[in-house]
Write a protein that binds this ligand. Sequence first.
Ligand code: G3H
Ligand code: 13P
Ligand code: NA
Ligand code: ZN
Length: 328
Amino acid sequence: ARITLRQLLDHAAEQGYGVPAFNINNMEQGLAIMAAAEAVDAPVIIQASRGARSYAHDIMLAKMIEALEEIYPQIPLCLHQDHGNDEATCATAIRHGFTSVMMDGSLKADAKTPADYAYNVAITRRVVDMAHWIGASVEGELGVLGSLESGQGEAEDGHGAEGQLSHDQLLTDPDEAVRFVAETKVDALAIAMGTSHGAYKFTRKPDGDILAMQVVEEIHRRLPNVHLVMHGSSSVPQTMQDIFNAHGGEMPQTWGVPVDEIVRGIRHGVRKVNIDTDCRLAMTAQFRRVGQQARAEFDPRKFLKPAMDAMADLCRERFEQFGTAGQA
Ligand code: G3H
Ligand code: 13P
Ligand code: NA
Ligand code: ZN
């Protein structure tokens, strides 16, 4: 059954759990998420980026989600636009059955200026008005995703933005967060605490200097009733890096966000936890393994089935760790 982000996160706040938001690009990822949800009785957030929508086509995605609901009728499902960049992206998502959209007005801002803040408030507020007329939810974002180690923020393409930003410029300012929520009326707020997108978040196991979970705690103190969202929340498990590299892969050693830090966030208002990289790595590590172990294999299902199973295992583990299990 299709539900909005607001409905799901209100329940999560009442019961004190978090919900992983997994990205979808194809059928196998959809089946993996739903098989895991069914196994542990968890509600799901499935999110599609702009890239996913153009890769799979809006109509394919929309009908695939309908099919997943028909196969798994007892699992509450929120379909969310990840990193919407403007009003049109959000409006067309809702037309295709998305019950929630992210209007990421922080995408344009690679430095924190008053003009960037005003742009973010204005466009987010317009999307909130539009979405709420139709009954969809909106996630906004304040702050710059990027590395506190390098001082690099992320540009719109997910690569490093020009110029060094200080700690304070990268992290979400709690005072500004209070204003932003009042001015935009978003249903959920993504905040920056030192994570970044992709596999290469940290060059060592993160401590409080480079993963600033205290910012989450401070914002939750100021905004106890606001649903917080963590982006860049893949943990990049060592076991997955090892499988990938044991079979011809050449990923440099890297560290993601430790699951216990996410669980700490969930105790302080984090309700939606965005995970894409771990799903990608779970799958492609299996592609490599099968490719190397079964060199004569040419049936794509022999690659895709273990990949799907590995992603389902990852999803199930996160449902259990975040307390989503048993909440469907
Ligand atoms: O925010 C980034 C997500 O991981 C989606 O990535 O734009 O490559 O689909 P994508
Ligand atoms: P990861 O790259 O850490 O999986 O983050 C995904 C994300 O934030 C999608 O919006
Ligand atoms: Na999102
Ligand atoms: Zn993100």
